[in-house]
Design a protein around this ligand. Structure first.
Ligand code: TXA
Ligand code: MG
Length: 355
């Protein structure tokens, strides 16, 4: 369905507009779509127990129908209805990180339609911490299927404006809660196989999962250099977040990374650069965007998608980014950057230095 006007309503978390939340709840209970903020990225919500409502999400995003949706709940007691069983490991992870940026995979119960799970017998569930999200979920019937609210393939939205860019005319309502806190999608942990496995890295790192469960591992499909090892989360196989210009990640000793990028920026092409507060002064030409500080990984995470979107408007032809390989949130940052770059990385230490 096409809506001529997509309404945006600003909501103040300290003084929530109950009428707006009721309005969102009514749309959701009537089978419609509402975009809403979460602490990770903006979501595009529909009733997750209504196959027809879920179908509208795929249509609005242009998303392949085999890519399953996450069902969002507001209260832990709502979990039992949609899953076959709650393993002990899930209870422990929920106690540690819910509400928050963690999604867990369970065996689904009969009331969850295959139209929501992309035909799988498992279901992804998350309990977000954002108060706007939780109030909306409760009013919308308690089970809100929501992917990130971007057009499929584009960077996930971290502001209501980003959602509007992609969804204007396609959905009736966007709840605007301002810029999100984290800026990268939730970590996904699969608890349906032997060893708990991270299918998508996020704010909750592998180490944080291991701290609670003892044993956990990263999906080999995410880290293997061998491209025949496929990621387990259907959505992780798609090219994603890609800006229009070709993006390359430059790795190696920082001084050489900077000089490599400066050489490229000096060419006749219009070049974009993703750098940090620590290196900003060292770049001379090109469209230079500082993404945050290396001392504060969250600053980098929360700006990444916005910066990728901005480059589309700036019309650059090539983008070079510094690398952010670090153990915790850096896993998630690099995972998204590499996807955006179609895994194009340049290791400057492998390039012969010119004499
Ligand atoms: O932070 C987030 O998780 C955001 C906000 C809105 O909550 N949502 C989000 O949803 O990122 P989406 O649809 O963009 O990503 C969901 C990912 C996809 O990679 C999908 O393949 C995977 O979760 N997924 C969903 N259900 C699954 C299942 N049953 N088994 C394996 N992977 C699943
Ligand atoms: Mg997404």
């Amino acid at each position: 369905m096409n809506y001529l006007d997509t309404e945006i309503i600003k909501i103040d978390r300290k003084q929530m507009d109950i009428d707006a939340l009721e309005k969102a709840g009514n749309i959701l209970r009537g089978g419609g779509l509402v975009a809403f903020p979460t602490e990770t990225v903006y979501g595009l919500g529909a009733n997750g127990l209504d196959e027809e409502a879920a179908r509208k999400i795929y249509e609005a995003k242009g998303r392949p129908s085999d890519n399953p949706l996450i069902i969002h709940i507001a209260d832990l007691e709502d979990l039992d209805r949609i899953v076959e069983e709650v393993p002990e490991a899930a209870r422990r992870l929920a106690a540690a990180y819910w509400p928050g940026p963690l999604t867990m995979i369970f065996r689904k119960s009969a009331c969850v339609p295959y139209g929501t799970t992309g035909g799988l017998d498992t279901v992804a569930v998350r309990m977000p911490s954002d108060e706007i999200a939780r109030e909306m979920i409760r009013r919308g019937g308690g089970y809100i299927a929501a992917p990130s609210a971007n057009t499929s393939g584009r960077p996930s939205p971290t502001t209501a404006q980003h959602v509007y860019e992609d969804m204007d005319g396609k959905i009736p309502l966007i709840l605007d809660g301002g810029a999100v806190e984290i800026g990268l999608e939730s970590s996904i942990v699969d608890l349906t196989t032997g060893i708990p496995t991270i299918l998508r890295p996020g704010y909750v790192s592998l180490e944080m999962v291991q701290e609670v469960l003892g044993r956990a591992e990263m999906d080999r499909g995410l880290i293997s250099e061998d491209s025949s090892v496929k990621p387990k989360a259907p959505g992780m196989k798609y090219r994603h977040y890609a800006p229009k210009a070709r993006l390359k990640i430059v790795e190696g000793p920082m001084e050489r990374v900077i000089s490599y990028i400066n050489d490229r920026a000096d060419s006749s092409k219009r070049v974009g650069i993703i750098c940090t507060e620590e290196t900003l002064q060292k770049y001379a030409c090109g469209t230079i965007k500082c993404i945050g500080s290396r001392q504060d990984e969250l600053s980098i995470a929360s700006h990444l998608f916005a910066v990728l979107r901005e480059f589309d408007e700036d019309g650059v032809e090539e983008i070079y980014s510094e690398s952010f390989d670090t153990p915790q949130l850096g896993q998630a940052i690099m995972n998204r950057l590499l996807k955006a770059a179609g895994h194009q990385r340049i290791d400057v230490s492998e390039i012969e230095e010119e004499l």
